[in-house]
Design a protein around this ligand. Sequence first.
Ligand code: PLP
Length: 375
Amino acid sequence: MQRPIYCDHQATTPVDRRVLAAMEPYWTDMFGNPGSGHRYGWEAAAAVDRSRTSLAQFANATPEGVIFTSGATEANNLAIKGIAEAHLERGRHLVSVVTEHAAVLDPLRYLERLGFEVTLLPVQPDGLLDLDRLRAALRPDTILVSVMAANNEIGVLQPLAEIGTLLQQSDPKPFFHVDAAQALGKIPLDMQAMGIDLLSLTAHKIYGPKGIGALVVQAGIDLAAQLHGGGQEQQRRAGTLYVAQIVGFATAVEIATPQAQTELLALRTFLWQQLQNLDGVTLNGAWQPRLAGNLNVSFEDVPGNSLLSAIRETVAVSSGSACSAGKPSHVLKALGRSAAEIQASVRFGLGRGMTRAECEQIVAAVTTAVHQLRP
Ligand SMILES: *Cc1c(COP(=O)(O)O)cnc(C)c1O
C-alpha cells in the first residue's frame, strides 16, 4: 500500500542525502573518540571543531559557546536548570510563555517544585507575546526569560530582537534563553544582534539526524552542568561526543537556504487558499510573522478527532505537538479556541520536496472528509 503524503515536518524531517554522505565516514573509518590523544582521536576532534565553528558562525557566537547535546530537549533543560542553579544568589524568579514547548514548561515546573517562582505570560489571540506584559512581569530577582523563536504548533515567530532590547534595558538584566528548535535554518538567528544569551538547537527538524542538538551560550555566562562525567564540553556536558551526528548537524545547517523558505511560503499560501473554499475554516495563529512551512487550521462543526482519522490514508498530519499527542493542545487553548475547535484542528507541516499536486490531493481528502463529517 502506498504511504500517505508526509506533511508533518514540524514533528521531524528525513535526513538529507548530503547530510548522510557527510556523516558516513565518521561511523566507519574515522570512528575515533575526539578525546583520544592519537591520530584517530585528532581526526574526530578536527571534524567536531569544524562543525562547532560552523554552527557558532551561524548563530554569531564563539565556538567555545557551543555545547553539543542530544537535542533541543536536553539543551532547554541545560539552559533553564543550569542558569537557575548557577545564579541562585541573584534570584529565583523565571519568566516564560504559556505556549512554550513541553521541553521548556516541564523543566520550569520542576524548578517550581524546588522552590523557584515561575511566571508564565499569556499570548495575544494571534499567538504573539505582548511586550508590555513581559516588561510588567520582570522583577529584580528575575534571573531568566525563556521565549521560543517559532512555535511548533502554530509556527508564529516571537519578536526576539525586541525582547532582547527590552531585557538589555532592564537592570538587573535577566538572561535571555531562546528555544529555536523550529526556527533553525529558517530565519536568521543572530545571538549578538538579538541579545540572546542561550540558544537551543536541534538537527532533526532541518533534515539532520535525530539525537543531536546544541545549547549555544554567550561567552562568560556561568552554567551548572546537568550531566556529570568525563568533563567534555568544558565541564558543561559530559559524555563522548557523537561525532557523526555532530558532522551531520553542521552540514544540515550549512545546506539550509532562504530560497527553500520562499518556495514553502508559496506552497503554504496555495494550500490555505484552497482550504478556504470550505466554509468554517479558521487559521490558528498570526499569518505573519510565521514559519513558511506551517499552517494550523480549525474546522468548524467537525466532531472530535474524526477528521484526522478520515484523512490519515492520504496525508500524515498531526493535530499538534508529537510530544503531547492525546492531550488537547495548550497552545490553541492559549489562543482562546474552544475544546471543540481544538479537537478539530490540523497542523499542516510543509517541507522540502512537497508539490502543488500533493497539496491538491490533501485539499481533496480534507474537503471530502469535512463534507462527510459535518451534520
Ligand atoms: C522538537 C522541539 C523540541 C524538542 O527537540 P528534540 O531535539 O526533539 O529534543 C523542543 N522545542 C521545540 C519548539 C520543538 O519543536
